[in-house]
Design a protein around this ligand. Structure first.
Ligand code: PLP
Length: 390
């Protein structure tokens, strides 16, 4: 059996061995970080050391890092009317981009009627001037209304990087609050929370070599008096997220964040691998369409379609050949739904059904690209033969 090639880093990245080691060390100990005895204080030390490292990845203050159970929980925590108007101002509005992860698209704790979508262009990015127009329209009909805008830094399907700093300027100019889901961008591009202008920033460890099931909501400068915990009860995480902390997960998160920050330049090498992969796809199939090709894009992501070659069939064919990739549409339930991201970009539904996502990362090598191309060429030829016979 040929070795497997894993090219689905945007779904989850392999755990860094150093993160696994840090977790194993914590799992070998006992101690609730809220306890005052030596065991408890030791657990607390693990958490605070990791908090510094996670903060360092985005140049935030450690005390502004709130650990959560995942990126989804961090998004749900941020998307609350109380996060914008702690005193409970009525009529608080929420704007989310049409290409957000479902955990943002659902509007969190806002009523559906109070959520509006922000459109994207055909290249998968938000146009700053139309966004500014949308906000100004809102402001003119709601002169004293409070609002929250949630925009991702990089899209999980296409890798398109959004002009978050420019959008933040518009949001703050009209008195709004900006939350940014940086789950896919973290560890892949440098992030500075202050320059980004994010009041709240979401990260998830498992997208860059940390463990699954641990995330964070990080508060930006000026947003420290956050008052909208999702989980209430105990006083953990400075009363901003109740529940005994996942100490091992947090320790692994810290180590992965430290390595990701140190190795960020490795994405130049990964960009070369991704570019080579796209060149080879296009030379084999000149009619292949690469989505968000002309937008600023994450170096590790390629979302493409060959018209007529259905993604579901391709993903299964590649899996049988030892290659793990995704259909362009997220399939969290195991079945492939039509991609809301490609829909929002105005991609014709028949073409969207053919979209596949290949995503590379820290362990990827030229041999992985070779194995992908060999397997993909095989199923592409098979598809061509079947198409000709039909
Ligand atoms: N946001 C984005 C952009 C994602 O890609 C994901 C996961 O796929 C999430 C949020 C959710 O993160 P988690 O899996 O930690 O809940």
């Amino acid at each position: 059996m040929s070795p497997r090639t894993y090219l689905d880093y945007n779904a989850t990245a392999p755990l860094r061995p150093q993160a696994a080691e840090a977790m194993a060390a914590v799992l070998g100990e006992t101690g609730n970080p809220s306890s005052v005895h030596a065991e408890g204080r030791r657990a607390r030390e693990y958490i605070e050391a990791a908090r510094e490292k996670v903060a360092g990845l985005v140049n935030a203050k450690a005390r502004n890092v709130i650990f959560t159970s995942c990126g989804t929980e961090a998004n749900m925590t941020a998307l609350s009317p109380q996060a914008v108007a702690p005193e409970g101002a009525s009529g608080t509005h929420c704007f989310v981009s049409a290409i957000e992860h479902p955990s943002v698209l659902c509007g969190g704790r806002f009523e559906q009627a109070d959520v509006s979508e922000i459109a994207v262009g055909g290249d998968g990015t938000i146009d700053v001037s139309s966004f500014a127009g949308q906000l100004e329209n809102y402001r003119s009909s709601n002169p004293s209304g409070t609002f929250l805008v949630s925009v991702m830094l990089a899209n999980n399907e296409t890798g398109a990087i959004q002009p978050v700093a420019e959008l933040a300027e518009q949001v703050h100019g009209l008195g709004g609050v900006l939350q940014c889901d940086a789950v896919q961008a973290a560890g892949k591009i440098p992030i500075d929370i202050a320059s980004l202008g994010a009041d709240m920033l979401t990260l998830s460890a498992h997208k860059f070599g940390g463990p699954q099931g641990i995330g964070t909501l990080i508060l930006g400068p000026g947003a420290e008096d956050f008052a909208a915990p999702l989980l209430r009860g105990g006083g953990q995480e400075m009363r901003r997220r109740a529940g005994t902390e996942n100490v091992a997960g947090i320790a692994g998160f810290g180590v992965a964040a430290e390595i990701a920050a140190r190795d960020i330049e490795d994405f130049r090498r990964i960009a070369e691998l991704r570019d080579e992969l796209e060149i080879r796809i296009k030379s084999e199939s000149p009619d292949a369409v690469i989505f968000a090709e002309r937008a600023p894009r994450l170096a590790n992501t390629s979302c493409f379609a060959v018209p007529g070659m259905k993604a579901e069939t391709s993903v299964i064919g590649l899996d049988l050949e030892g290659v793990a990739v995704s259909a362009g549409s997220a399939c969290s339930s195991g079945k492939v739904d039509r991609s809301h991201v490609l829909d929002a970009m105005g991609v014709e539904p028949g073409l969207a059904e053919c979209a596949m996502r290949v995503s590379l990362g820290w362990k990827s090598q030229a041999a992985d690209v070779e194995q992908f191309i060999t397997a993909w060429s095989l199923i592409h030829h098979r598809y061509q033969e079947q198409a000709q016979a039909a």
